[in-house]
Design a protein around this ligand. Structure first.
Ligand SMILES: [Zn+2]
Ligand SMILES: [Zn+2]
Length: 245
């Protein structure tokens, strides 16, 4: 069993709310500097910077999990994690098909920037990414699972864009077993409020929009930095385990 220090929720310059310094190379450098082994880049409704990020991390001790933070029709955020670039790009196709075709207003929302292998800005995504898709939370969980990934409701303790704030309850038929809580919140406080979630596993991440937000969020003991292993670690199967840092 190996140990991995991780942060599975980081926004790049492709997220309109992400700081302009959140380029893939800067995210990699900062993650290595603070001692992370495993990160996920999770931009809003898009994965267009993942390919470059994976290439730039090659040959370093850092592993990047291809990810995305999707917004459902109920305006609930979920982080979606995959093992391969191909999987996340297939997922991106589905998300783009389900995203209303509005143009981004940079003055209001900020730019949605693409970068190259020299870490320079090379363009932008013109359609607005920071908006709800037509996919339901159950659609997202099922379709991500069908592609071999995992979809985890984001920051369930937050007053916006979370399953608890937007639905007011956890649907009994929800096909998921992991929730994300914000790094500053105590799990016991969330469980006290919603006793129906005490059989779920929890991850905690930075939800970084600035380089200094990236942090050592979780420690996972597992065989490999793979999505399936992460699920097993969260369930504590066969000696695997996780700790919130
Ligand atoms: Zn979010
Ligand atoms: Zn986020």
């Amino acid at each position: 069993m190996k140990s991995f220090i991780a942060d599975f929720h980081i926004h790049s310059v492709l997220s309109p709310c992400g700081d302009l310094l959140m380029t893939p190379q800067n995210i990699i450098n900062r993650s290595l500097e603070i001692g992370l082994d495993l990160i996920a880049i999770t931009d809003h409704n898009s994965a267009e910077n993942i390919g470059v990020a994976l290439d730039l991390a090659k040959g370093t001790p850092l592993t990047i999990i291809p990810g995305m933070e999707v917004e459902t029709v109920e305006e609930i955020h979920l982080i979606c994690l995959f093992d391969t670039l191909q999987q996340v790009l297939l997922w991106q196709d589905k998300v783009y098909d389900s995203l209303p075709d509005f143009k981004n207003n940079e003055e209001i929302f900020g730019p949605q920037l693409l970068t190259d292998h020299s870490d320079d800005y090379i363009g932008r995504v013109e359609r607005l990414l920071l908006t709800a898709t037509t996919l339901s939370i159950n659609d997202v969980i099922k379709e991500v699972k069908d592609l071999g990934g995992i979809a985890i409701p984001s920051h369930i303790d937050k007053p916006n864009y979370s399953i608890i704030s937007n639905l007011g309850f956890i649907p009994p038929d929800l096909d998921g077993s992991i929730f994300e809580i914000s790094s500053k919140t105590k799990i016991s406080k969330v469980i006290d409020k919603f006793s129906t979630i005490d059989n779920y596993s929890f991850i905690s991440n930075s939800d970084a929009h600035y380089l200094h937000d990236i942090k050592k969020s979780m420690k996972l003991y597992m065989k490999a930095p793979k999505v399936k292993e992460m699920e097993l670690a969260l369930k504590g199967v066969n000696g695997r385990k996780t700790e919130i840092m």
